[in-house]
Ligand binder design. Structure first.
Ligand code: G3P
Length: 217
C-alpha cells in the first residue's frame, strides 16, 4: 500500500521522505491556506522534493475553468496530479484532463456510485473521505470496502486513495480492505509507530540495562 502525506508543510514532508515513507503528497485548499504559502510556489517545492504524485486542487467550479487551471497546475512539474471535486463539472474536467494524459485525483467522494462515475471518467485516483463520514455517524470504512468491490467487479484501474484519515485504525483497516493508497497527516503516519506494549517493554528493558550496567559502546 502506498503512503501519501496529506499536507502542504514542506519540512514535515521532507522528514517523512527521508525515511522512505512518502510515495506521494495530497494537498487541498484548506491545507494550502494552513501553510500560508502561494499555491504554485509551495506545490513546486513539494514536487521538487517528492518523486511520486503530488495532488494540487483546482479552485474553479465550472468545467472549462477547472480544465484551464488543471493545465496550468500541470506546468509545475511532471508529477502533478490535478485534483477536482466530485461534481458533474469535476467529472467533465476529469475526462478532458485524463484524455490529455494528466493524472487526475477526484476528491470529496462519499458514495460508491460517485466512485463509479469517477472511474468511468478516467480518474487516476478516487478519494473517499473516511473521517468525514464517521463524523456524521456513517461508516467510512464500509465505503472503502464497497468501492473496492465495485472496482474489482469490473476491473477499473482507478486507484482507491483512502482520505480524511484521522486514526491509526483507519490506516490498518484501509490496508486490510485493500485500498491502493492512504493519505494521512504527518502526525497520523508518525503515530503508526506507537504501541503501549512497545513503550512498556522498552521501559522494562531500560530498567534492566541500568541495573545490570549493560554497555555496548
Ligand atoms: O485528504 C482529504 C483530507 O485532507 C480531509 O481530511 O480530516 O479534513 O476530513 P479531513
Amino acid at each position: 500500500m502506498k503512503f501519501f502525506v496529506d499536507t502542504a508543510d514542506v519540512p514535515a514532508i521532507a522528514e517523512l521522505n527521508e525515511l522512505g515513507m512518502v510515495d506521494g503528497v495530497t494537498t487541498n485548499p484548506s491545507l494550502i491556506k494552513k501553510s500560508g504559502r502561494d499555491i504554485l510556489e509551495v506545490t513546486k517545492e513539494i514536487c521538487d522534493l517528492v518523486a511520486g504524485p503530488v495532488s494540487a486542487e483546482v479552485v474553479a467550479t465550472e468545467a472549462d475553468q477547472m480544465i484551464a487551471e488543471g493545465r496550468k497546475l500541470r506546468e509545475i512539474a511532471e508529477n502533478i496530479a490535478v485534483k477536482v471535486p466530485l461534481t458533474w463539472d469535476g467529472l467533465k474536467a476529469c475526462k478532458v484532463l485524463s484524455d490529455e494524459g494528466a493524472m487526475v485525483n477526484v476528491t470529496l467522494c462519499f458514495s460508491a456510485n460517485q466512485a463509479l462515475l469517477a472511474a468511468k471518467a478516467g480518474a487516476t485516483f478516487i478519494s473517499p473521505f473516511i473521517g468525514r463520514l464517521d463524523d456524521i455517524n456513517l461508516d467510512g470504512m464500509q465505503l472503502i470496502e464497497d468501492i473496492r468491490t465495485v472496482y474489482d467487479n469490473y476491473g477499473f484501474e482507478t486507484e482507491i486513495l483512502a482520505a480524511s484519515i484521522r486514526t491509526a485504525n483507519h490506516v490498518a483497516e484501509s490496508a486490510r480492505i485493500g485500498a491502493d493508497v492512504i493519505t494521512a497527516p504527518p502526525a497520523v503516519i508518525k503515530a503508526l509507530a506507537s504501541h503501549p506494549l512497545t513503550d512498556k517493554g522498552l521501559a522494562a528493558f531500560l530498567a534492566d540495562i541500568k541495573d545490570a550496567g549493560i554497555k555496548i559502546l
